[in-house]
Design a protein around this ligand. Structure first.
Ligand code: GTP
Ligand code: MG
Length: 173
């Protein structure tokens, strides 16, 4: 057993973007390692993790890139988006501002990424429903207008995390 003798049919690069503290890094660690950390530190620069899975009898390696939401910690933008075939645009459903910034993140993404990139809008922290600041209808309307997939997730409770990544990967494939 081991990755070293596994034949990889496809490598798909997926990028995570969105404001600081919306939960990008925790969504990634939940998906890649099934781990979650409540005192996650802000990301500095760029990190990535991979997860290899089987899709339709093919071995697919998802290479998921995660960068800082904070401008001062962000790495070179064009390199980050280069080669990406999927993107998750993440906001925190308890922070209206993080949703209002989605159009800016989308603009940056569309300015740098391939035009066929598969994009999913993610409303994270759905475990905090009582603190909700973004009605699901607002997000659905935005997603429809911009032609994005949409899902509500909780990295903490593991809700829809696997489904969201698998939906993107299936669409790319
Ligand atoms: P930057 O790296 O600064 O861009 O932030 P980030 O988007 O990577 O956020 P991060 O994953 O570090 O999470 C920020 C905070 O939100 C941490 O305290 C996490 O534990 C918490 N968090 C992340 N996902 C969830 C979630 O689904 N529910 C709840 N309740 N908290 C979450
Ligand atoms: Mg982070």
């Amino acid at each position: 057993y081991g990755d070293y003798n596994q034949k990889i049919d496809y490598v798909f690069k997926i990028v995570l973007i969105g404001d600081s503290a919306v939960g990008k890094s925790q969504l990634l660690s939940r998906f890649a390692r099934n781990e979650f950390n409540l005192d996650s530190k802000a990301t500095i620069g760029v990190e990535f993790q991979t997860k290899t899975l089987i899709l339709d009898n093919k071995t697919v390696k998802a290479q998921i890139w995660d960068t800082a939401g904070q401008e001062r910690y962000r790495a070179v933008t064009s390199a980050y988006y280069r080669g990406a075939v999927g993107a998750m645009l993440v906001y925190d459903l308890t922070k209206r501002q993080s949703f209002d910034h989605m159009s800016r993140w989308l603009e940056e993404l569309r300015g740098h990424a391939d035009k066929n990139i598969v994009i999913m809008l993610i409303a994270n922290k759905c475990d905090l429903g009582s603190l909700r600041a973004v009605p699901v209808e607002d997000a659905q309307e935005f997603a429809e207008r911009e032609n994005l997939f949409f899902m509500e997730t909780s990295a903490l409770q593991s809700t829809n995390v696997e489904t969201a990544f698998m939906t993107i990967l299936t669409e790319i494939y």
